[in-house]
Each structure stands twice: as structure tokens, then as C-alpha cells.
Design a protein around this ligand. Structure first.
Ligand SMILES: [Ca+2]
Length: 132
């Protein structure tokens, strides 16, 4: 363990793969992901927290770069949520939601825990960032 040249350190990678997403995020110090079973934020296709929904998690200073893809960054299968979100429930943290990928473009501004209808950002959200 103390010798960085020891190949045994690679075994730790197998251990991380066996953890659920939330635990893995905690261990690595920051991973953002969709479809977790205890989401920080839930995005809904329809107003009033209705319609199809997708959960997102991130630690502070991290976010989902592209909700149009299952890995949140442009990989995996395509989700049907890009530019389709109309309401949001924030359960933990303060978040900012953006029109474009990688936390760019028009934004909601900073939103804390609560429920929101999106107004000018209706059917525009592509990325989200946890600011606190
Ligand atoms: Ca967009």
C-alpha cells in the first residue's frame, strides 16, 4: 500500500466497481450521475412535477454535463430529457440549470431545495451544476 509501484493497488479498482453509484461518488470525492435511487434533483417532463422523470446526483462543484445521455456527459444510450424538462424538484443542495452542455448558455440562476416550474427555461435544460 505504501509503495506506489506495487501492482496490488489495482485491486482497489475492482472494489470501487462493486459499490453502488452513491457510495462510489462519496469514495471518489465527486461523481455526477443520472438514474440513482436516491436523487438530489428530479427533473420532470411536465409542469407540476408530472410526466416522465429522471433523477440526478452530484457533489458540490460537479454536475451533469448533458442530460441527453445516460452517463450525463455524452455517452451511453440517449435519454429523452434534453430540452424536455418543465418542472424540477430539488431535494438536496443548491443547483443551477443551463440551456447548453457543460454548464453554458441561458440559466435559471441558483435554486435551493424546493419545487420549480421553469418559465423561460421551459424545455431548454441540457446541463445542471451543483453550486452548494
Ligand atoms: Ca438546451
Amino acid at each position: 500500500m505504501s509503495n506506489i509501484n506495487q501492482p496490488q493497488n489495482l485491486f482497489a479498482l475492482d472494489t470501487v466497481e462493486d459499490l453502488d453509484n452513491e457510495t462510489a461518488a462519496t469514495c471518489s470525492g465527486g461523481v455526477a450521475y443520472l438514474y440513482g435511487n436516491n436523487p438530489d434533483v428530479i427533473l420532470y417532463k411536465d409542469p407540476g412535477l408530472r410526466g416522465q422523470s429522471i433523477g440526478a446526483n452530484a457533489s458540490t462543484g460537479d454536475g451533469i454535463r448533458n442530460i441527453g445521455f445516460a452517463d450525463g456527459r455524452g455517452g451511453g444510450f440517449s435519454t429523452t430529457f434534453n430540452d424536455q424538462v418543465s418542472s424540477i424538484r430539488i431535494l438536496r443542495g443548491s443547483w443551477q440549470f443551463f440551456d447548453h452542455t457543460n454548464f453554458r448558455g441561458d440559466t435559471t440562476g441558483r435554486l435551493g431545495p424546493g419545487t420549480y416550474w421553469l418559465g423561460h427555461m421551459n424545455n431548454k435544460i441540457t446541463s445542471l451544476f451543483r453550486v452548494a
